[in-house]
Design a protein around this ligand. Structure first.
Ligand SMILES: *Cc1c(COP(=O)(O)O)cnc(C)c1O
Length: 394
């Protein structure tokens, strides 16, 4: 495959073909290289590899052929110049921060990011002299107001989890760049099949590959995508030094996941749209959060920025926590687990799980009420999912 081929290919061809290299065995499917180090033909070659004079593998903490295939395929799908794979989504966020920030820098982050990301920024990066201000995701004025002289990075997820609010990526990239800041987007919920933040002006995309990229709830992994310098050199430099590299086996699972990503995202979105519509007509449900509903306050932005609306839906039961727990406990098809993006549908009660560590005031501020339930719509028959929910709501 030449680079020219790959640049002409459309998304679905890239998802299946980009990044694959072949050994002399004539394999059709991508091989796994479970090896920690690589051998050199001579002492001179070893020296040339280490000095960087000759390209090639040295040690799997730095590069590994299976991991490389995954990185190049995901870079092609996000339209990035470079991608670095990591051991988990959290280590992708850590790597982006460690590589692109230093003590004394300030960061502005959305209030509605993954809970563990908040802990990482507040409790750990804060200890090393990087301060973070948290702002409401959907209000660009608040982002601009929070920017200080030493602000270097804006960080967000869109749509947010669990309330599925959106940020206008183009607008925030304009604000970031006019203040000399980088815009980093966690694209885990949409994946490049539904949204390509770099095309809207984001500088760096981070992923938890654990979710939709795997798509069947098997492996932990993550990735950072962006340009040749920041990601290809700086983030790569951090990963090869600090060590949260992706395992070749996980990279292989994610490579195969990318081949079906676009089909799966269409199917998750189609079923979620049906369920969101149906849920919004049921008695006992106060509110349904889904960007594909015309009633969603940012539906127009979702149409502009995303090619579909994804597999997550949240809804609020009028009966509060008791009604939410009763519903969850009565379901037969949905699994009670906090993971998302799986072929298997899952259901969570955010107030007592993912958001359980927040104070009641913080929860109220983030809009996570006691009656709120979040579902990740899987690939089962949508009619079975609907009946399961119907029985539960009764
Ligand atoms: C799960 C998740 C992460 C963390 O990813 P891990 O692979 O669990 O480390 C980060 N961001 C978002 C949006 C997530 O859903």
């Amino acid at each position: 495959m030449s680079l020219d081929d790959h640049e002409q290919w459309r998304f679905d061809t890239r998802a299946v073909r980009s990044g694959q290299t072949h050994t002399n065995e004539g394999e059709q499917s991508e091989p796994i290289f479970p090896t920690s180090s690589f051998v050199f033909a001579s002492a001179a070659e070893a020296a040339a590899r280490f000095s960087g004079e000759s390209p090639g593998n040295i040690y799997s903490r730095f590069t590994n052929p299976t991991v490389r295939m995954f990185e190049q395929r995901l870079a092609a799908l996000e339209d990035g110049e470079a991608c670095v794979a990591t051991a988990s989504g959290m280590s992708a966020i850590l790597a982006a921060c460690m590589a692109l920030l230093k003590a004394g820098d300030h960061m502005v982050a959305s209030r509605s990011i993954f809970g563990t990301s908040v802990v990482l920024l507040k409790n750990y990066l804060g200890r090393f002299g990087v301060d973070t201000s948290f702002v409401p995701l959907a209000d660009p004025k608040e982002w601009e107001r929070a920017i200080r002289r030493n602000t270097r990075m804006l960080f967000l997820e869109t749509p947010s989890n669990p309330l599925l609010e959106l940020a206008d990526i183009s607008e925030l990239s304009r604000i970031a760049h006019s203040h000399g800041c980088l815009l980093v987007v966690d694209n885990c919920l949409c994946t490049p099949a539904l949204q390509q933040p770099l095309r809207f002006g984001a500088d760096v995309v981070v992923h938890s590959a654990t979710k939709y990229i795997d798509g069947q709830g098997r492996c932990l992994g993550g990735a950072v995508v962006g340009d040749r310098d920041r990601v290809g050199k700086e983030v790569f430099g951090f990963i090869r030094t600090a060590g949260p590299s992706m395992s070749p086996f996980n990279a292989w699972v994610f490579l195969k996941g990318l081949e079906t990503l676009s089909l799966r995202m269409k199917a998750h979105s189609a079923s979620a749209a049906i369920l969101a519509q149906w849920l919004s007509q049921q008695p006992g449900i106060a509110r349904v959060y889904y960007p594909g509903l015309a009633s969603h306050p940012q539906h127009d932005l979702a149409v502009r920025q995303q090619s579909d609306f994804g597999g997550l839906i949240s809804f609020e039961l009028e009966g509060g926590k008791e009604a939410a727990w009763n519903l969850i406990d009565s379901l037969r098809v949905f699994s009670i687990t906090a993971n998302l993006g799986d072929a298997k549908s899952t259901i969570t009660h955010p107030a007592t799980t993912t958001h359980g560590r927040l104070t009641p005031e913080e929860r109220a501020q983030s809009g996570v009420s006691d009656g709120l339930v979040r579902i990740s719509v899987g690939l089962e028959d949508v009619e079975d999912l609907r009946q399961d929910l119907e029985n539960g709501i009764r």
